[in-house]
Design a protein around this ligand. Structure first.
Ligand code: GLC
Ligand code: CA
Length: 565
């Protein structure tokens, strides 16, 4: 694809977690045949790109994030030929394709690891991080961060699951492998990479102990933003630059200063990063440690990043992905499912940055509740249940699982009210949310008030507005506990976005600059005339009106106004 510099800033992306997206060959598992058939649907949303969670061969200990072959496609999902077909069709539709790059670790079934564990004197011996004595780091997914290997007679480091041994990025051969992986996919024609836990790839020399009393992340100060991270990322950047490829890094618990370091200036090594602050408005570090939802916290996180990166970097905007439960069930309301799902769209898609939408988010899918912990597929859910909050009874801990499990975003996509939600013709690999008869793509296609069509309107509005793409961000009423109010402005054009996070009606003062002038309602999730198709297509076709100084918003109502000052 021919592209201008920074082409990805204007775009919005759709994330596909292929296993649960669409089953094209009738075995109950989502695949690239299904993706191929659904590309027109993806395009119809108004997005301009796809991020594929890992498609590579994997024993699926961590569902694709444990890779056993970086240059191939998991046989359950298709083959390279089918991938090429998907890629070509995506490009024909002007959808960029971003692959997941998971290089902090491999699967323990990767041939490199199988060789490495054979002994200290083989060519792959230093591909991983081996030690006679472990330090005290905890892993993020599965207990201690070290596992003893009988064959080699040493411990290997795994920051995630036992089946995900960490690569030794200090070994130049490993970095050459990474570059060769990049080239492989870039030569096929992919447009960029989402780089998994990329800030963890360089560990502090000597692997010092972490604080003993901190669970799960005690080693983080010694492996996050490590000493050689910048220089390793520079090497990878050089390869990507040859292809003008896009690189977005995942930065768990990342900070503004790190993001600015990696994504700005001449020596930038990434284009943007996923940060996490706004995912902590109802929990501490993980969803398993729940707190009451605080809109103030959420707004603080939003505005903090909007201001910090303004005119310097660029935000990656998201509310859901394969690691987080569904946003409606978290920050919204099941009772006002449609209203809150639409409100979430407006609350983040109009911020400054590149939006990412996770499969199912665009129809307002919600969390699943399974009765038995053994029915959960995600190993972190099972680990949390077994190891944390042991003083609580099973029922209480199950409730935590219902709120926190990554499986909630990994249930099969709800395409229709047909059997198996139209995801497959046979029993799917995982449980389907019981609400699929009501919440599905087919039902929403022809309903102009649906979440799906609201997303389409939002994305189209964003795409066609210079103000929404490039304008300045400003928040009003930061202390309001129920309503999020923000503005985007460019030249004399202003957009005002109002979002109610309340299950009852709430009144808010119209910000001064908007008083006594004509405002044009561009979008609303309640019937107010904004469903008029003309209003969507021609921004000024809708009749403007002067609003009262106080506006009452209905439960989870959102409105987007435009005006000229
Ligand atoms: C990232 C992925 C997550 C995975 C972890 C280890 O956070 O998004 O799904 O478990 O890295 O690869
Ligand atoms: Ca299949």
């Amino acid at each position: 694809m021919i592209r201008e510099a920074d082409w990805y800033r204007k775009r919005s992306f759709y994330q596909i977690w292929v296993r649960s997206f669409a089953d094209g060959n009738g075995d109950g598992i989502g695949d690239l045949y299904g993706v191929y058939e659904k590309l027109d649907y993806v395009k119809s949303l108004g997005v301009d790109g796809i991020w594929f969670s890992p498609l590579y061969p994997s024993p699926n200990a961590d569902f694709g994030y444990d890779i056993s072959d970086y240059k191939s496609i998991h046989p359950e999902y298709g083959d390279l030929n089918q991938f090429q077909k998907v890629l070509d069709k995506a490009h024909a539709l002007n959808l960029a394709v971003v692959m997941d790059l998971v290089i902090n670790h491999t699967s323990d079934e990767h041939p490199w690891f199988l060789e490495s564990k054979k002994g200290r004197d083989n060519p792959y011996s230093d591909y991983y991080i081996w030690r006679d004595k472990p330090n005290n780091w905890k892993s993020i997914l599965e207990g201690e961060a070290w596992e003893y290997d009988e064959t080699r007679g040493q411990y290997y480091l795994h920051l995630f699951a036992k089946k995900q041994p960490d690569l030794n990025m200090d070994n130049p051969k490993v970095r050459e492998e990474v570059k060769s992986i990049l080239r492989f996919w870039l030569e096929l024609g992919v447009d960029g990479f989402r780089e998994d836990v990329i800030t963890f790839i360089s560990k502090k020399e000597g692997l010092p102990d972490g604080l003993p009393f901190i669970p799960v992340i005690n080693g983080m100060p010694h492996y996050k933003d490590g000493p050689n991270l910048m220089s390793y990322l520079k090497e990878f950047r050089e390869v990507c630059r040859e292809y003008n490829a896009f690189q977005i890094g995942e930065g768990p618990m990342t900070t503004v200063s790190s993001v600015l370091r990696y994504t700005t200036g001449e020596g930038k090594v990434l284009d943007m990063m996923f940060s996490f602050d706004h995912m902590l408005a109802d929990c501490l570090f993980t969803q398993f440690v729940r707190r009451p939802f605080s809109l103030i916290k959420l707004k603080k996180a939003f505005s903090k990043w909007q201001h910090a990166l303004n005119q310097k970097g660029w935000n990656a905007l998201y509310l859901e992905n394969h690691d987080h439960p569904r946003i409606v069930s978290r920050y919204g309301s099941n009772r006002f499912r449609r209203e809150s799902a639409c409100m979430f769209a407006a609350c983040y898609l109009f911020q400054k940055g590149t939006p990412f939408i996770y499969q199912g988010q665009e129809i307002g899918m919600t969390n699943i509740r399974l009765r038995d912990i053994n029915h959960y597929a995600d190993l972190s859910s099972r680990m949390n249940f077994k190891t944390h909050f042991q003083h609580e009874n099973d029922e209480k801990r199950m409730r935590r699982i219902h709120h926190s499990s990554r499986d909630s975003s990994r249930t099969p996509m709800q395409w229709s009210a047909k059997r198996y939600a139209g995801f497959s013709t046979v029993k799917p690999w995982f449980y389907i949310n019981r609400n699929y008869k009501e919440v599905n793509v087919a039902a929403q296609e022809n309903d102009s008030a649906s979440v799906l069509n609201f997303y389409r309107r939002c994305l189209s509005l964003r795409k066609h507005s210079k103000t929404l793409l490039w304008g300045e961000y400003k928040e009003y009423e930061p202390g309001n506990e129920h309503i999020y109010l923000y503005e985007r402005s460019l030249g004399d054009v202003r957009y005002l976005v109002l979002c109610s996070f309340s299950h009852i009606s709430r009144t808010v003062a119209l910000p001064r600059p908007y008083r006594d002038r004509k405002l044009y309602l561009m979008l609303c999730n309640y019937e107010q005339g904004a469903w008029d198709e003309k209003a969507r297509d021609d921004h000024f076709a809708a009749l403007g009106s002067v609003l009262p100084h106080r506006i009452t918003l209905q439960p989870y109502e959102t409105r987007v106004y435009r005006c000229r000052l």
